[in-house]
Design a binder for this molecule. Structure first.
Ligand code: HMG
Ligand code: MG
Length: 297
């Protein structure tokens, strides 16, 4: 049954800014502060990956050091391995996320190892996180298609999601990395994963490359999913997935949810302001249609 409240996981400062030419540290800090002031309760704030692979995220420790931390807000970071985990812990990330893929080809391009090697690499990280009392989120990329191998069998998505869940990830975020999915495929994929991982532990992370993200979310909400990832202003993309343009825009998601009487705790005009400010910094237009409409009023 449909949820009455959605937890919005804001990934703009990470997924969004990892794909932009270098953004000033102060602009990142301002963005995160503006998001928390708008009532966003979960902000993926950076990424402790190799700076040779993603130089845009090299200042994540400084970002976490300089933000104003609001009570009740979770500031999270991506960590692909122990080195990243140790750095995230030192920077006082509240939570971390590991990221795997349902496609072998994408796993190699993105994290330079096979799916099974990546899962093995997460084991010591899970143990260290448990010892440090840090929750770990798990991503599965390419759940509705892969930029290198094309179609991805739903059974592979289920297998990787279940492995991350059994390893101790408290939530599994299902990523349509290149935004190729359509509503019935998204529904079938979510329903299949929910047979292996309980629905309250699942999240959707849909990129909007083909303009399908909001339709896909709308199709999945009746299945009971209650956690959705999105990025303010529709920022986003993965440097290792060609054509992975923006994430679902947070403003568009929040507008739709509020219109469906689903609470988010987010102040939409304040969210749109946060998006406008970062777009001014980046020198490009917002990808959120709702933000465009609101700002024209
Ligand atoms: P590798 O080259 O195989 O790693 O990269 P390595 O262990 O051989 O280390 C190579 C060098 O990197 C060494 O330095 C390490 O110290 C350093 P050197 O001795 O050459 O000077 N290194 C690190 N430095 C800082 N932090 C670290 C770290 N680890 C190693 N954590 C690795 C493997 C995983 C590190 C690399 O492939 C990598 O960083 N990949 C990250 C790629 C990435 O960030 N992609 C975007 C995020 S995923 C995404 O966007 C999808 C998502 O949004 C969901 C969706 O949309 O589907 C989550
Ligand atoms: Mg992504």
């Amino acid at each position: 049954t449909m949820t009455s409240r959605v937890k919005v996981v804001e990934v703009g400062p990470r997924d969004g800014l990892q794909n932009e030419a270098t953004v000033a540290l102060a602009a990142k800090v301002d963005l995160i502060n503006a998001l928390s002031n708008a009532g966003v309760s979960y902000i993926e704030s950076g990424s402790f990956v190799s700076p040779k692979w993603v130089p845009q995220m090299a200042d994540s420790a400084d970002v976490l050091a300089q933000i104003e931390r609001h009570e009740g807000v979770t500031y999270a970071a991506l960590t692909p391995n122990m080195k990243g985990f140790d750095a995230a812990l030192a920077a006082r990330a509240d939570e971390v996320a590991v990221f795997a893929a349902a496609s072998e080809a994408f796993s190699q391009k993105n994290i330079n190892c096979s799916i099974s090697e990546s899962l093995a690499r997460f084991e010591p990280l899970m143990a260290a996180a448990q010892a440090a009392d840090i929750r770990v989120r798990g991503y599965v990329s390419c759940v509705l298609g892969c930029p290198y191998q094309g179609e991805v069998p739903i059974a592979e998505v289920v297998r990787v999601a279940e492995a991350l869940y059994e390893m101790g990830c408290y939530e599994i975020s299902l990523g349509d990395t290149i935004g190729v999915g359509t509503p019935l495929h998204a529904q079938r994929m979510l329903a299949a994963v929910a047979e292996a991982v309980p629905m309250p532990q699942l999240a959707l992370h849909f990129h909007n490359t083909y303009g399908q993200a909001l339709a896909n979310i709308a199709a999945c909400l009746p299945l009971g999913v209650a956690t959705i990832d999105s990025a303010v202003a529709g920022l986003g993309g993965c440097p290792y997935a060609r054509g992975a343009s923006g994430n679902l825009a947070s403003e568009d998601l929040v507008y739709m949810l509020h219109g469906m009487d689903i609470e988010t705790g987010i102040d939409l005009p304040a969210l749109a302001q946060a998006g406008q400010a970062i777009c001014q910094q980046l020198g490009h237009k917002t990808r959120s249609q709702v933000a465009q409409a609101l700002l024209q009023q």
